[in-house]
Design a protein around this ligand. Structure first.
Ligand SMILES: [Zn+2]
Ligand SMILES: [Zn+2]
Ligand SMILES: [Zn+2]
Length: 354
């Protein structure tokens, strides 16, 4: 992600900030101009948007400390474009559920930022039932039983317990996963959605998909059963990004898509900070990189990949120094490179509306 600055004092601030750490101004995110705007004291409205000509207020979810985006005062939903996507949120009178939902929203807002940067269509399912996107954030209950995280025709369901770091880590270990995060869930599940609305309806794209990822018409239920009975094929590391990706071409796509979003975010951040990796002890040109380009504007996926490999090696090394797990515990093999190139092409040629 890029670095934001408080429009009052120019101090750098995080995307999630509601107060500037330097001048204490209240901050709100203005999506159309992609700025963190310092707000005059009071309840608003504040003049924002293009040319600071439109009266803005906070999104309704600001009152729950779940959103810092601004919306035009005239907006009838009272919600920003990210919060508009929610169909069901947990019981906010339960302090534990509220905290879990706030964590989910942090990840979801970052997801929406990236989708906007990629120029992908983001339309809520309530206004476009056939092709829109919506989220159900649900908790396990006696009546409903266990909530399964997944995607179904534009509706993404997330079990709110994934926001509990202890439970999430326990699941990660149980499933032998190298990486399990909220942002990872969002990136994966939204991949299924874009497959449905961008890949499948286009005959050429679909044919190319089947050539690279395999035939999506393979029985999903059977594939799932087989995966949990037998595990991944022995040589999976040569062809896939994760064990889960081996299950079915749809999961391979969603896993690859998630990695595409991981890499784009990582490289954009490196670019924003002017990061450079140039280890003098490794006279290997492969390890030298200057993140001097914006990946969201870059047509060549190879260039993005070339920059990401040394960056992840450097950042993994920093993490190891702090006793943390690798930031990016994956190896991008030649097959995955081809899959990522395909995702990049799909994204770059995607329609901006559906
Ligand atoms: Zn400030
Ligand atoms: Zn919002
Ligand atoms: Zn999936």
């Amino acid at each position: 992600m890029k670095i934001y600055h408080c429009t009052h004092c120019n101090y750098p601030v995080y995307f999630e900030n509601v107060v500037c750490g330097n001048c204490s101004s209240y901050l709100g995110y203005d999506a159309p101009t992609d700025r963190m705007v310092a707000l005059a004291p009071g309840d608003g409205p504040w003049m924002c948007g293009p040319d600071n000509s439109v009266p803005y207020i906070y999104c309704d979810n600001h009152q729950h400390a779940a959103c810092n985006w601004l919306i035009p005062q005239s907006d009838e939903t009272g919600l920003c474009d990210a919060c508009d996507l929610n169909r069901t949120v947990p019981d906010l009178s339960d302090p534990e559920k509220l905290e879990e939902w706030q964590q989910l929203e942090l990840a979801k807002h970052r997801l929406v930022y990236a989708l906007n940067r990629l120029g992908l269509p983001v339309q809520d399912k309530m206004s476009a039932p056939d092709r829109g996107l919506a989220f159900d954030f649900l908790a396990d209950t006696q009546e409903s039983g266990q909530v399964m995280t997944g995607h179904d025709e534009g509706l993404i369901t997330l079990n709110v317990k994934e926001a509990d770091p202890v439970k999430r880590e326990a699941t990660r270990i149980q499933l032998h996963e190298k990486y399990r995060t909220l942002i990872g869930h969002f990136r994966h599940e939204v991949g299924h959605y874009y497959w449905d609305v961008i890949v499948e309806p286009d005959a050429n794209r679909l044919a190319e998909f089947r050539r690279i990822f395999g035939d999506d018409r393979a029985d999903y239920g059977e594939a799932l059963k087989k995966h949990y009975q037998n595990g991944p094929p022995a040589d999976w590391q040569q062809h896939y990004i994760s064990e889960y990706a081996t299950m079915h071409p749809w999961e391979d796509w969603a896993e690859t898509w998630a990695h595409y979003l991981h890499l784009m975010d990582m490289l954009e951040t490196a670019h924003a900070f002017g990061m450079r990796v140039d280890p003098p002890t490794t006279p290997d040109l492969m390890m030298n990189v200057t993140a001097d380009f914006d990946p969201y504007q870059e047509p060549d996926m190879e260039r993005i990949l070339k920059a990401c490999v040394p960056l992840t090696f450097a950042i993994n090394s920093l993490n190891r120094g702090m006793g943390r797990p690798d930031l990016y515990p994956f190896v991008i093999n030649a097959s995955v490179r081809e899959k990522l190139r395909y995702v990049h092409e799909v994204v770059r040629n995607a329609p901006s509306s559906l």
